[in-house]
Ligand binder design. Structure first.
Ligand code: FES
Length: 108
């Protein structure tokens, strides 16, 4: 089991326990966080946009071209933005902190 920390839109920090292999989008939804995930993880909506703590960003496998293209359309894009459906919990990112952007926009 791993701990992942989410900074919510109101600034609160929420700790979520997750298993290896789960996506950040899935664990956020399972724990009642406001993450829409309209396309179900198909990299087609950008509503799972999350901002990775800069200290952790380099520990993630780099985004695919499809993910980067989708992120380019996400409101509030930052240098450490990722799609939550594409971040998979592993030992390497146990303890990761991500922040939910102030708004998302569904592109489907
Ligand atoms: S859930 Fe749609 S892009 Fe991640």
């Amino acid at each position: 089991m791993h701990k992942i920390y989410f900074i919510l839109r109101n600034g609160e920090k929420q700790e979520i326990t997750a298993e290896t292999g789960e996506s950040l989008m899935t664990i956020a939804q399972q724990n009642g966080l406001d993450v829409e995930g309209a396309c179900g993880g198909a990299m087609a909506c950008s509503t799972c946009h999350m901002i990775v703590d800069p200290a952790w960003y380099g520990k993630l496998p780099p985004p695919s071209e499809d993910e980067t293209d989708m992120l380019d359309l996400a409101p509030g894009l930052t240098r450490t933005s990722r799609l939550g459906c594409q971040i998979i919990v592993t030992d390497e990112i146990s303890g990761l902190t991500v922040k939910l952007p102030q708004s998302t926009k569904s592109l489907i």
